[in-house]
Ligand binder design. Structure first.
Ligand code: PEP
Ligand code: MN
Length: 263
């Protein structure tokens, strides 16, 4: 169960060489979408050098328009596994259709995106696996709804759930893509033993807002921060405007680690 009453200690979720929760802090970084082998391997090497513990990258992409880049699919997973082999970084990637689960056998952490937070049948199936699940808050999801979605996974037998705040839909959408709800970090830490990650990239939608919000998330007690990093943001096939360059990411990561040390 998600409730801290039944599990007073923080859960630590292990994925390959990395751990998150219970004092283990992790940066998860990488492009919105896997585009080419050179791209994903290069970004993986760069974020690893900057201190990231996980490589992220979308292969199956939940795009608003069906005419936008939909991700490389199975080939994207293969390229992520190449980048994992090259760097040793465990990988995080999104599953949108439970029928693709067999393709995720060597994926370290399965992401459930904001559009599938309440896809209850998918959550039940993921509960039958032993994979860590990064569960994002729904587009306009309440805290209770997020916790109940985690409960679906856990009730089916899988206790390895990482919660992720990625901003929620409010009346603002011009200057920020979503509204980052940072109060969710201490609220969730009180209610549950599960690790809490913040994604300032999707929460803000703008690269210049990522560093300040990442620092605030670290200061608020997040167990991890997920940041989109692209080798060439202006030409990214998805979410370039919110993507940091590897150099910017290294700078931001340094600041985040200094905040962690000061806590
Ligand atoms: C993503 O992480 O690439 C993504 C699509 O995120 P979200 O589900 O939070 O929109
Ligand atoms: Mn994205």
């Amino acid at each position: 169960a998600v409730n801290r009453k039944f599990h007073p200690e923080d859960s630590v979720i292990q994925a390959g060489p990395a751990a998150i929760g219970g004092g283990h802090f992790a940066l998860i970084a990488g492009p919105c979408s896997v585009e080419t082998e050179e791209q994903i391997t290069y970004v993986a090497q760069q974020v690893k050098k900057a201190g990231a513990a996980f490589l992220r990258g979308g292969a199956f992409k939940p795009r608003t328009s069906p005419y936008d880049f939909q991700g490389l699919g199975e080939e994207g997973i293969r390229l992520l596994l190449e980048a994992k082999k090259a760097t040793g970084l465990p990988i995080v990637t999104e599953l949108m259709d439970i029928r693709n689960l067999p393709l995720f056998e060597q994926v370290d952490v399965i992401q459930v995106g904001a559009r599938n937070t309440q896809n209850f049948d998918m959550l039940k199936e993921l509960g039958k696996t032993d994979k860590p699940i990064l569960l994002k808050r729904g587009l306009a999801g309440t805290i209770k709804e997020l916790l109940m979605s985690a409960e679906y996974i856990m009730a089916s037998g899988n206790e390895k759930v990482i919660l992720c705040e990625r901003g929620i839909r409010t009346y603002e959408s011009t200057y920020t893509r979503n509204t980052l709800d940072l109060s969710v970090v201490p609220v969730l830490k009180g209610l549950t033993h599960l690790p809490v990650v913040v994604d300032p990239s999707h929460a803000t939608g703008h690269a210049h807002l990522v560093e300040p919000m990442a620092m605030a998330a670290a200061a608020a007690g997040a167990d991890g921060i997920m940041i989109e990093v692209h080798n060439d943001p202006p030409h990214a096939l998805c979410d370039g405007a919110q993507s940091l360059t590897p150099e910017q990411f290294a700078h931001t990561a340094g600041k985040i680690f200094r905040i962690r040390e000061a806590m």
